[in-house]
Design a protein around this ligand. Sequence first.
Ligand code: HEM
Length: 492
Amino acid sequence: MEAMQLLAAVLAVLALFLAAYWRPRSRHAHTTRPVPVIIEVGDPDVARALMFDHADFFSNHPDAVLGIDFDAGQPKTESITSAHYGTLWSALRRNLTVNILHPSRLGHHVEPIQRDAAEALVADLSTRVAGAGEEVAIRERVYAAVFATMARLCFGDGVGERDVAVMRRTLHDFFHSNVDIKLLARSRLARLVRWRQWRYIIGMRRRLDEVFGPVVEARRRQSRRSDGGGGSFSSYLDSLIDLRVPSDSDDSETGGGLGLGARRALRDDEVVRLVWEFLGSSTQAVVSCVEWTLARLVTEPEVQKKLYHELIAASDHRKGQVSDERLQELPYLRAVILESLRLHPPLPTILREVGPEGAAAAGAPPPPPDGTPVRFLFNAGQIGRDRKTWTEDPDEFRPERFLAGGEGEDVSPLPGPKKIKMMPFGAGRRHCPGAGLSMIHVGCFVAALVREFEWAPPADGGGGVDLTGTNTLFVRMMAPPLKARITPRTSR
Ligand code: HEM
C-alpha cells in the first residue's frame, strides 16, 4: 500500500512538472534555435573595424534581446533595441531622438525636471541624516529620482505619483528578478528544471501589459492635451501615439531606407513595449553609473575634494542645473563621469548578431549551415582597460587622464569612426541614443550629492568599499549596493 502511495505521489509530481513544461513549450516551440556561436571582441581596434568598416553587417542586436522570445504566444512587438536595422527601427529611433532626446529639447524641458528631482533627493537625504557621518544606502533613492524624471518625460504630467511608483516597482522586479535567463534560453531541459523562473519571466510580459496598457489606452482615448505639462513639451507617449511607421516592417534588407510606402499607427501593445523600453533603458544604467561614481568618490577622497571645489567655484544662480554646455564648463565633473564609465560600463557587453556574410567579413570561420546564429560580443569592460590605449595605470581611477594633456583628452562618450578608446554607450549605427542625456543626468545627480554632502566609507567597510559587480538582467551593478556615511556640508 505504501508503495502504491509513493508511486502515486511520484506520478503526481511528474504530472505537475510536465504540465508546467508542456504549456510553455507548445506556445514557445519556435523559440528553440541552435545554440549561437559567440565570438568575443576585446580589442578596441578590432571593435572599431567591425562596428564602422563593416557596419552593414554589424547593425543588429540578437533577435530575442533577452535570449528568449518574450512575445511568445502573443502579437509580436518590437522595441528600438530589438528591431532590425531598417525602416521600422529608423522611424522609432528618429522619433525618440528628434522628439525627446534632441539637445534643444533637453535644454528647455529636462533641466527644470532634473533640478526638481535632484532637490527632492537632497531634501530626502537631509531629513534622514540628523548629524555627521550618518550611513545611507543610496541606490533606491537615486532610482526613484531618475525614474521620476524619466516618467515626466514619458507621460508629461498625465500620470500620478502612485502609478509611477507601481511602474517603478514592476520594472525593478523585472530587471532584478533572480532569473538565470541565459540558462533558460539554452534548452528545454533548463526550462523544465527551472520551471518557476520560466513561468515568472513569461508572466512578466502580461504584468507589464497590465501596468502600462491602461495608461496608453487612456491617453489614446483622451483628446490629447497640447501641453504635456511644460509649455510646448510633448511627452514620449504622445509622440508614439502620433507616430506613423512603415506598414510593411519586414524590411531588414532595406537598411535605413526612406520607408516611403504606406504608413500605420502603432498598436497599443507596441506602444506599451516602447514605453517600458524607454523607462527601463533610461533609468537602470544611469542609476548604476551614479552609484559606481559615488563609490569611487568615497574611496578617492582627493578626487572628491577636487570635484567639490570645482562645483563650489562654479556655483551661481543656476547651481542645480547641469546642461550639456554646463558640463563643458565643469571639466573635472565630466572627467569623473567618463572615468567611472571607462572602469564600470553599466552595459559591459554589447551584442551584434550577424549572418554568414558578416562572419566572413570579420574573418571568422563560417557557421554551420543549420541557421546557427553568430553573435559578436564586444567587451566594453575590457576595451575600457586596454593596455595599448590606456598606458597610465589603466585599472586606477584617475579622472585627470581626461583633462587637457591626458591620454583621454580627446575622448568623448561616443566613439567616432576613427578610433575607439572606450565604448560605454556602444558604437556604430546602434549606439545608445541616450548618451547625451545620460551624461547630463549623471552629472546633475552627482553634482547635487557632492555639493550638499561629504561622502565617506561605511563604518564596517574597513575604510573601503566593496567594488565587486554583479549582472542584473541588462545592467551591471555594484554587488553589495553602496553604503556610505554622509555629512551635510556646512562650511560653505
Ligand atoms: C549611463 C547610462 C546609459 C548607458 C551606459 C547606456 C548604454 C547603452 C548601450 C551600451 C547600448 C547598446 C549600444 C550598441 O548596441 O551599440 C544602449 C542602447 C540603447 N539605449 Fe542606452 N545607455 C544609457 C542610458 C540611456 C538613456 C538615458 C536612454 C534614453 C531613452 C537610452 C536608450 C537606449 C536605447 C533606445 C538603445 C537601443 C538603441 C538601438 O538599438 O538603436 N539609454 N545603451
